[in-house]
Design a protein around this ligand. Sequence first.
Ligand code: ADP
Ligand code: MG
Length: 619
Amino acid sequence: MINLLSEETIDQIAAGEVVERPASAVKEMCENAIDAGATMISVEIKEGGISFIRVTDNGIGIDKSDIKKAFLRHATSKITCIDDLLSLESLGFRGEALSSIAAVSQMEVISKQKDSLVGTRFVINGSVPGDTSEIGAPDGTTFIVRNLFYNTPVRRKFLKSASTEGSYITDVMEHLALSHPEIAFSYINGGKTQLQTSGRGDLKEVIYRIYGKEVTSNLIEINSPGVSGFVAKPIMVRNNRSFETFFVNGRFVKSSILSNALEEAYKPYLMQHKFPFAILHLNLAGSDVDANVHPTKMEVRFSDNNAVYNNLCDAVKDALNAREMIFEAKLNDIHSVQDEKEVKDTPEAEDDQVVKKVQGEQTYSVPKPERERPALPFEKTRVLMETAKYDAHIEADEELSQIMKPKQLDLFEERILTKEARDEYRILGQAFLTYWIVEYRDKLLIMDQHAAHEKVLYERFRKNIRENEIISQQIMPPRIISFDSRQEDVFKRFESYFVSVGFEIEEFGGGEYAVRALPELFKGVDFGDVLTEILDNLLEEEAKLTRNVDQISEQVNDRIATMACKAAVKGNNKMSIAEVEALLDELLTLDNPYNCPHGRPTMITMTKYELEKKFKRII
Ligand code: ADP
Ligand code: MG
């Protein structure tokens, strides 16, 4: 027997797509408030939003005659036909949020428009409309949602604990506040104010509210056509992508295109498997972006992926290049004897991947062996705002800028690694066969010889490739090396790249290959191992390579270059002062002298002030 489903059942099923959990209900209601032109939105939840959600706004309100209609499926005031999506300015357009939430909860709305004398209250329980009545109310709209999924026990069972559901709502609120700094948000979870923003339109203030002082004091502003916002200096690396936040036309979205573009821009500065912190707003013409991919509207499609990718990548690159990315070692953070022992006990400590310096609370781009890595300096700090402090903050703007400007910022603004500054460098000597100590004005610069050397070779190699000036070195007699079948396979697929960087390799049969010429870079390197390592790496990383033909050669060359350079400097500890001078000279000609190709710093600094403090000359 075939049944026609009742409206109620249809609504309950459809509701599942829009309202997956309390957080989705909060998101939809806040987006409605934003669309209604609110400048103030407050959200209160109890028990992770499962038992109670209240969203209040001061927007245009809903007319008494429309209030019932707003809860019908596909009822919207925002579009009338599909073409309207091309010039969409609202967050909502599908007209299914209210009907979906109402289908699976006990809902109440109170709304008043400015011109009305009184407000209207309307109640609807599990899609069953109740009474409409008059009520005194301020301008704007309040929605109350009680007992979500009370009539769909299966869905109710899929919810996580109240605290987990609450944390999803916190995420939503943070995204909303970041997407609209011009709206004053307040968010109360279980009686506690968890987020409060002023609505002054200052994105940095919102970032400060959510992520705290440390992140805020390490931001770089992006302000390019179509892209604005902030990224954090590379010292604020993260272990996962969850700190890459994108808004497209005010809408929070997840997009691998945007993430890839951001990460590409950061690549010279970050180690593998490390991710940047970014809060970026993209503005695109309505016709260049499609938000109608999924009912939650978190996915978007771009009409021109490459244009979006390049524009974002360039904007971030430009901002990063304009900065001095040198790291500061605070003396009081330099490892104690205890730390030193730990490092020595670490088997990898001699490997040049591992840097012995723990650079204090802020500077963690430096890798340590995974198992002894200290907790990251800013695990997302949720700022619990007491109202008093909040008010004081708004008045005392100056105070905030004090908080947000610790002294590391000054160091970043100075340009130490420049050719002009170079004349004043005084090389003092080498420590631990690795670090060169250089005096410059009131600072000591400490250069990691391997990282700097690697960087210089890498950039030279890349420049040669770019300018088609590959220097190849013949080897006589050719050297025979063997690949296993998987290596052979990748080699054949990527052969042209090897040729383009200066290799001449000829198949011999039976997995054997004759290497007749090499890039000059490989001089003195046991290249057999490096070659197979490169192949293994390509095999492993192939899935991650872009499908974009313009970029793939760039990526493959980059991998070859990185590994070759690493091999080239390995075990090369002796260096004369003249060689160091030359190395410094060449380093300073580079666009980004601050990091080796793996993202490790080439240099750190220590100030005279820190030293004097340590020796108690300054108290
Ligand atoms: P959509 O947002 O896609 O239009 P919704 O179901 O979310 O669909 O909302 C239905 C309609 O209810 C909206 O188009 C709008 O006219 C009205 N509405 C909902 N929330 C508010 C609000 N906070 N203030 C004013 N109008 C609202
Ligand atoms: Mg809506």
